[in-house]
Structures are given as C-alpha cells and as structure tokens.
Design a protein around this ligand. Structure first.
Ligand code: CDP
Length: 218
C-alpha cells in the first residue's frame, strides 16, 4: 500500500514496443498521475547527435547533449523514426549520458506536475535504478514478432511505413543492446509485476495493468 506522505510512483519497464507507452499514458489518466516517457530523453539525445553528424560513440559530445536538453527537443518530428530509436539505444549505453538524465527523472517522480497524486515513468531502468523504491512496478513484455507488428502499424499510422523484417531485426538488435549493456541494463526488478501483452488487445492490456495497480493506488 502507498505511503501518502510521499507521491505515488508507478515504474513501468520493458523492451521496445511492448505496449508500455500506451499503457502508461492511459494508466496515468485513469489514476490522476503525471506521465514521463523517459525514452524521449534518450531519443532526443540520439536525434541531436545524428543531426550534428557526430559519431554515436563520442561519449563527451553525447553527455553534453544530454546535459543541454531543452523543452523544444522533446517536440522534434524525428523522435519516433527507427533511425532515432537505434541512435537512442547506442547513446543509452554511455554511463555519463545516463547520469546526466537521472536527476531530472527522479525530480519528476518526486514532484508530480500540476498537483497530481504521483507519477508514472516508463523506460528500461525505472524500477531498478531510477525509482527502486517505487510504490509499484510493472514489467511489460510481448513476443518480438508481436512487438514488431505493432511498431510497423504505429510507423505506418505516423506516415513512416517500414518493412516488417527490418523492424523485427531492429527490435531484436535494440533489445540485445538494452539487455546486455553494462550501465543500467533492461531487466525486470525482483519486485515488479510481469505483464505479457502478446495475446492482449490494447484495451485488455490496460485493464490488466489497472487491475494489478489498483490496490496500490487507492
Ligand atoms: O518506444 P520504444 O519502447 O521502442 O523505445 P523508447 O522507450 O522510446 O526508448 C528508446 C531507447 O532509449 C531504448 O531502446 C533504450 O536504449 C533507451 N532507453 C533507456 O536506455 N532507458 C530508458 N529509461 C528509456 C529508454
């Protein structure tokens, strides 16, 4: 149960295109919580590195970009492109980049916007590193094939259609990088609830997530 002296924190982690973004946004609306898509922070750094033509293994430059992020960087048109996702997962391996983004994420969790009751953060290391003391943690998965199918549909809807085989191999390569990196790798926290959405429509997945979270968020 939640300690009402401090804001509620819902930590949501999982691999690429597992449904965690949509689920987190809808859970936030339902329980009056602020929402932070932490992937956008990494995507913004990746997009700026690509735009500047800098090599993605330039640790100093990537850390400087991460420290210098500003509001307009989160409204760029290129954040959802596959090339940006790939770049994000490469710069996300750099410890100085992660360090630069950590304080903002923790601040957001502790200071929910607009007088909300708490916050939902989704990412890869929220339950393990950013908010290990979260009120409740979810780890959302689905098979790689189903995730690639969903990502293809999302890309097509956003006007950037992509080939299924390419998206599937991108998703698999990104998962591998995210799971195998030394700094804050993707993994299920010991105390996280597992939700496999492979065979669930989005409304069913949101309903399942709400059922798990409800006792903690009353
Ligand atoms: O939307 P999708 O699940 O495909 O990706 P995202 O959540 O926007 O994250 C893009 C990339 O940023 C991931 O592949 C990770 O490498 C990185 N990331 C991270 O390392 N830690 C986070 N908390 C969030 C994202």
């Amino acid at each position: 149960m939640s300690d009402r002296a401090s804001p509620l924190v819902v930590a949501v982690d999982g691999p690429a295109a597992s449904g965690k973004g949509t689920i987190s946004r809808r859970i936030a609306g339902r329980f009056q919580l602020a929402y932070l898509d932490t992937g956008l922070l990494y995507r913004a750094v990746g997009a700026k590195m690509l735009e500047a033509g800098l090599p993605l293994n330039d640790q100093e430059a990537a850390a400087r970009m991460a420290r210098g992020l500003e509001q307009p960087d989160f409204h760029r048109q290129d954040l959802r492109l596959p090339a940006t996702a790939r770049a994000a997962s490469i710069i996300a391996q750099i410890p100085q980049v992660r360090q630069a983004l950590l304080e903002y994420q923790r601040w957001f969790a502790r200071n929910p916007l607009g007088g909300m009751r708490g916050a939902v953060l989704d990412g890869r290391d929220i339950g393990t590193v950013i908010c290990p003391d979260a009120t409740v943690k979810l780890f959302i998965t689905a098979s790689p094939e189903e995730r690639a199918r969903r990502r293809c549909a999302e890309l097509a809807q956003g006007g950037n259609p992509a080939d299924y085989a390419t998206v599937l191999s991108d998703v698999i390569a990104r998962d591998k990088r995210d799971r195998e990196r030394a700094s804050a790798p993707l993994r299920q926290a010991d105390d996280a609830h597992l939700l496999d959405t492979t065979n669930l429509a989005i409304d069913e997945a949101v309903a399942k997530a709400a059922e798990i979270l409800e006792p903690y968020l009353r």
